[in-house]
Design a protein around this ligand. Structure first.
Ligand SMILES: *Cc1c(COP(=O)(O)O)cnc(C)c1O
Length: 355
């Protein structure tokens, strides 16, 4: 029996996608060749790249709207510096909501002046700062839509004229948003889309070309766009699996359909955390709680050993919290079925009965 996989990343992918991907490793498209032993310039792989890029834009409602989708390497962490390299001339504004935002700020500081418009670092990032203002002369504003480690999520994005850049690594394709408000979105594949090794970058082309510095080819979004995301050998397997996941999502009814299920999963778990006296949530305000990563702890450490034994016994994997938060983290990405959340909630209820 497959485990109930609550891992934060790399994480669960749809079982049907894993099956197709494993078949393609042996015999891709009936070619009697493996996907990973053919040229990335072959017609069969170029089709994969083209359809992965098209599906990403289609899901986000950004097809034919001046956006380009790229599948790059180096992880979301590479985008921390690529964003600044390509967009930061003088000054940029950043919202600091967690470890990843903090790292993005650190990289961007190498390229210009960074204004941290607000930060929740004072409370170990257990809330989303509100009521900040973005300097009018900022080259762009950068935020993190979902804070994977702390379990907070931006439910609203600031109304701003500034170029809007967002790290959506851990909640892309999970909820309906007006994606056309964003000028650049990036997301490492391994949270909600595919295996580690590729990063989706969606860029409004008109924001490029504004900085005066020379940009090395591999770090230049314009080069990757001109080469249709094939400037050098792309991560063929991660791109293929991402394409399969995007196809799976489309067959399910797209983002609106998955959002409904994601809301059900989050409601089910958070209701139990709120109801069960043995548990408490990490995030202080309910409106800031993430639908992807729920962070919580026990109110009584004496039952920790029993709880840990019980969820492992129930076939649950990946529930331990990040070391900077402690406690537990249940990651409920798109591919996690509602039944897995029910199994966890049943264990929590059982713990209460036994205690
Ligand atoms: C995991 C994660 C990252 C880092 O991704 P890498 O691909 O490991 O570089 C960045 N931002 C967010 C929000 C993440 O969840």
């Amino acid at each position: 029996m497959k485990k109930h996989n609550f891992s934060a990343g790399p994480c669960i992918l749809p079982q049907s996608v894993l099956k197709k991907a494993s078949e393609a490793v042996i015999n891709f498209n009936g070619l009697d060749l493996s996907l990973i032993e053919i040229s990335h310039r072959s017609k069969d792989f170029v089709e994969v790249m083209d359809s992965a890029r098209a599906l990403a834009l289609e899901h986000l409602g950004l097809h034919n709207k001046g956006y380009q989708a790229l599948f790059l390497q180096g992880g979301a962490s590479m985008e921390f510096l690529m964003v600044a390299y390509n967009l930061l001339e003088k000054k940029a504004a950043y919202l600091n909501t967690g470890t990843w935002a903090d790292k993005a700020i650190k990289e961007a500081k190498l390229f210009g002046e960074i204004v941290e418009v607000a930060s929740s670092k004072d409370q170990n990032f257990n809330y989303i700062p509100k009521n900040y203002s973005i300097p009018a002369d900022a080259d762009y504003f950068h935020c993190t839509s979902n804070n994977t480690i702390f379990g907070t999520q931006l439910k609203r994005f600031p109304e701003t004229d500034a170029t809007l850049v967002c790290d959506m690594s851990s909640d892309i394709f999970s909820r309906v948003l007006d994606f056309s408000k964003f000028d650049l979105i990036y997301a490492g594949a391994q949270k909600n889309m595919g295996p580690a090794g590729t990063t989706l970058v969606v860029i409004k082309e008109s924001i490029l070309g504004r900085v005066s510095r020379a940009i090395p080819s591999m770090l230049d979004y314009k080069v990757h766009i001109a080469k249709e995301s094939m400037f050098n050998t792309p991560a063929v397997f991660p791109v293929y699996v991402s394409m399969l996941t995007l196809q799976w999502l489309k067959d399910m009814g797209g983002i609106p359909a998955i959002e409904k299920i994601n809301n059900q999963k989050a409601d089910l778990l958070y209701s139990e955390i709120d109801r069960n006296p043995l548990f408490k949530g990490f995030v202080t305000e309910n409106q800031d709680r993430s639908n992807m990563n729920a962070t919580f702890n026990l109110t009584n450490e004496a039952v920790k050993d029993s709880f840990d034994a019980m969820w492992k016994e129930a076939g649950i994997n990946g529930l331990n919290g990040h070391r900077s938060v402690g406690g537990y983290r249940a990651s409920m990405y798109n591919a996690l079925p509602l039944e897995s959340v029910q199994v966890l909630v049943d264990v929590m209820k059982e713990l209460e009965r036994k205690s």
